[in-house]
Design a protein around this ligand. Structure first.
Ligand SMILES: [Zn+2]
Length: 250
């Protein structure tokens, strides 16, 4: 797919495609045409460069994440050379997004979005709660390093959300779960409101994502201002454990 054949994707298409994902096999089939040797070398190394990242808008980055999730759930993930990505990114990183996800072992952001080494910052904490340290990490990612998307990623069957619903008291976890409780109060739900009701748990998790976005805007002037200027987008999504689908919810 050449740049001339697909004008709708813009002149940076090949490079963006390389960033979040086309397989090396797919690259080999590409009629490189006007692509320079430098671009080709970059595409084969697999890590996002500053020029590539800066050439994308926040919306384009979100689109690339969606495409990456589509590759993941359809079993067509990028064939990565992690050693090449490691070499390409060792001297500098230019991630396009910062993702706040849950510690749940079944929701590894880099895998469900099919991104490589150096493509995304990822912060993980039970219940993908927004706290001061996660906020500071997001401010570094966007305000210092130049990432353009803040994504809060919740998921179905979240144990932390169940724990908050059940009022679990356990060491330091108690205080963490307290940060999820506003989502319980805010969730409008007809039906059994218990941790045994999967639909209710997922509804609370979804509210927790939406409230997390509000928290980011309320507690970080830096991120709020970057969003107002259009430099970044702040968005939220839910990952469905059984299907692998990421649904953007806000
Ligand atoms: Zn979870």
């Amino acid at each position: 797919m050449s740049k001339t054949n697909d004008k709708s994707l813009g002149s940076g298409y090949l490079r963006r495609r390389d960033f979040l994902g086309a397989s090396l096999g797919a690259c080999a089939m590409t009629p490189f045409g006007r692509v320079s040797l430098l671009q080709l070398a970059t595409s084969l190394s697999g890590s996002l460069t500053k020029e590539e990242r800066d050439g994308m808008t926040p919306s384009q980055i979100i689109d690339e994440l969606k495409k990456g999730n589509e590759r993941f759930r359809s079993g067509k993930m990028t064939a990565r050379d992690y050693l090449a990505e490691k070499r390409a990114s060792a001297s500098g990183q230019y991630p396009a997004a910062v993702i706040l996800g849950c510690v749940d072992s079944r929701v590894p952001a880099e895998i469900v979005f099919d991104t490589g080494i150096g493509d995304t910052f990822v912060g993980r904490v039970a219940g993908n709660i927004v706290n001061d340290d996660q906020l500071g990490s997001m401010e570094f990612a966007c305000g210092v390093s130049g990432a353009k998307v803040v994504l809060v990623l919740g998921h179905t069957s979240c144990g932390a959300v169940k724990g908050a619903i059940d009022d679990v008291v356990l060491g330091n976890l108690t205080r963490l779960l307290a940060r999820i409780k506003p989502a319980i109060v805010e969730t409008k739900f007809d039906g059994e409101k218990s941790s045994k009701n999967a639909a209710y748990v997922d509804a609370v998790a979804r509210t927790n994502v939406v409230l997390g976005l509000s928290e980011i805007r309320r507690r970080s002037t830096i991120l709020k201002d970057l969003e107002k200027k259009g430099t970044i987008k702040i968005t939220g999504a839910m990952y469905e454990l059984s299907t692998g689908v990421v649904e953007f919810v806000a």
